[in-house]
Design a protein around this ligand. Sequence first.
Ligand SMILES: Nc1ncnc2c1ncn2[C@@H]1O[C@H](COP(=O)(O)OP(=O)(O)O)[C@@H](O)[C@H]1O
Ligand SMILES: [Mg+2]
Length: 234
Amino acid sequence: MNTTLVINSKGGVGKTTITTNLGSYFAVSGVKTTIMDYDPQGSSLHWLRQRSPESPPIHGANGGSGRSTGLRSHARYVPADTQQLILDAPAGPSKLLLQEMLERTDCIVIPVAPSAIDIQATANFIKDLLLVGGVRHRNTRVAVVANRVRSSTAVYEPLERFVASLKLSFLTRILDSEVYIEAAETGQGIFEMDAVHCAAQRQEFMPLVRWVTGEELPQETAPSNVIPLKYSRG
Ligand SMILES: Nc1ncnc2c1ncn2[C@@H]1O[C@H](COP(=O)(O)OP(=O)(O)O)[C@@H](O)[C@H]1O
Ligand SMILES: [Mg+2]
């Protein structure tokens, strides 16, 4: 089982959007997929409930703490045959919850919105994550995705410089598009909706899929300053 944690200290940056569309990709590819929603807002689980019975199945698990929410253990159950597990994190998780999520994580995807304030906040979050999370010791891969990008590349220079300075991978820019809003509302993903309608979105999403599955980024889609990260033990 490969486990991906989608996380940022901020809300509204696209954690759920990335979680559900990644899940949708795996599901349509016939991969046994589970989404575990750690956010009390439950947006991923809500999206799963919107899915039609004909859609490729994705198992939903509730990551909410059993002790504090009184959830029964079956809500947290992750089927043993799950091949891709995606964890949708809440904004500002406690240190304890962060540890819990990181313990089961192979790779971390951090969506960032294209504003100077968000980039700064995310920079601080990533520094903390690399320090306190034990991420370095467990060989966890970390990558950043720019989300809700509107236009020019210029906005991203500071982000790309920062990501490169930490030797993280900058995977892709996801444009601001109504397609994602439509997908969120209908319990679908861009890989399940009309291929022509979603062609650009699918293309911009693929570097993320490839990175999560451990495939190398083809040269032509790799941003010029990508530095793949694999922290070594010790
Ligand atoms: N690339 C995008 N284009 C358009 N809308 C987006 C995009 N990414 C996210 N959104 C919308 O922004 C809102 C917040 O995104 P969401 O994924 O729920 O963020 P988070 O889980 O980090 O709080 C949602 O309404 C979502 O549909
Ligand atoms: Mg969310």
